[in-house]
Ligand binder design. Structure first.
Ligand code: PMP
Length: 288
């Protein structure tokens, strides 16, 4: 496996980063997770733009242009001869000293890993997922905005640990005021009648690229799509619930906190959206 690191492609064993890198010392950096399907990179420009936006907010100047970074993603896939892949794009503040001061970090660290995609088990999509709400609340946007896809994922990891400890694979995080936000690495949707609902970004969720894609598909199907505050009651009483994310795509949810959702199996709207999403990944995307 060859990894892009600060201007060069190197072997995995040579892809090493300083222990003084502030990405490691403080989680001071940003990242993206991107997918390619059969030789097409899905929503590449959207991911590159989100990376630049995250970096802009934390005042981290990425030492490359949009098109240079786009080229590196394409090259990473070509060099590693990958057609169906998961690409991790990371930019850190770079090497500094032991203090927080980002001015001590002279040059950002940029790396790109392109690897085989580790697919989630098929049963997950056939049977659906069981979730629990955890006590760890989602970061308050006023403190650390979830729109920044930063290297600091401890909030999500703590929630994941709680879910795993309780015997579940995934957790629902609530906002400080008790509204549904998202899962540890996926957005959440409900289907109620002909309406598709998802929490608004301001409540503290990442504006997922899969979320945007699914909202677009649903509108084409003449579903009403709205960003609305949701409570656990709304989840429990939805016809269907599903999660969206680059790695997971669309995952049906069949039980939450012990309550069956709808018929307790993946619903027709979720299935229709999954099918349309898969079609889109086959035809849309950037060739490399
Ligand atoms: N929420 C969180 C917290 C995430 O980390 C992610 C992506 N990993 C998502 C939602 C889904 O976003 P996307 O569809 O852009 O992958």
């Amino acid at each position: 496996m060859r990894i892009y690191l600060n201007g060069k492609f190197v072997e995995r064993s040579q892809a090493l980063i300083s222990v003084f890198d502030h990405g490691l010392l403080y989680g001071d950096g940003v990242f993206e997770g991107i997918r390619s399907y059969n030789g097409l990179i899905f929503k590449l420009q959207e991911h590159i733009e989100r990376l630049f936006e995250s970096a802009h907010t934390i005042m981290l100047k990425i030492p490359m242009s949009h098109s240079e970074l786009t080229d590196v993603v394409k090259q990473s896939l070509r060099i590693n001869r990958l057609r169906d892949a998961y690409i991790r794009l990371v930019v850190t503040r770079g090497e500094g000293d032991l203090g927080l001061d980002p001015r001590k970090c002279v040059r950002p660290t940029v790396f790109v890993i392109a690897d085989k995609i580790e697919l989630y088990p098929k049963q997950l999509y056939e049977r659906g997922l069981e979730l629990i709400t955890v006590a760890t609340q989602r970061n308050v946007p006023e403190a650390l905005n979830p729109q920044i896809k930063s290297l600091n994922y401890l909030n999500n990891i703590l929630a994941k640990i709680e879910a795993i400890t309780a015997g579940f694979e995934e957790a629902i995080l609530l906002s400080h005021s008790g509204y549904v936000t998202e899962c540890t690495g996926e957005n959440i949707f409900t289907v109620k009648g002909k309406a598709l609902l998802t929490p608004p970004a301001y409540i503290g969720v990442l504006r997922g690229i899969t979320r945007q894609t699914v909202m677009g598909i649903a509108r084409r199907f003449r579903l009403s799509v709205q960003e609305e505050l949701l409570t656990r009651h709304d989840l429990f009483n939805a016809d269907e619930v599903f999660l969206t994310g680059t790695a997971a795509e669309i995952v049906p949810v069949v039980k939450i906190d012990g309550r069956l959702i709808g018929q307790g199996k993946p619903g027709p709207v979720t299935k229709k959206l999954q099918k349309a999403f898969r079609e889109l990944t086959k035809t849309q995307g950037v060739r490399y």
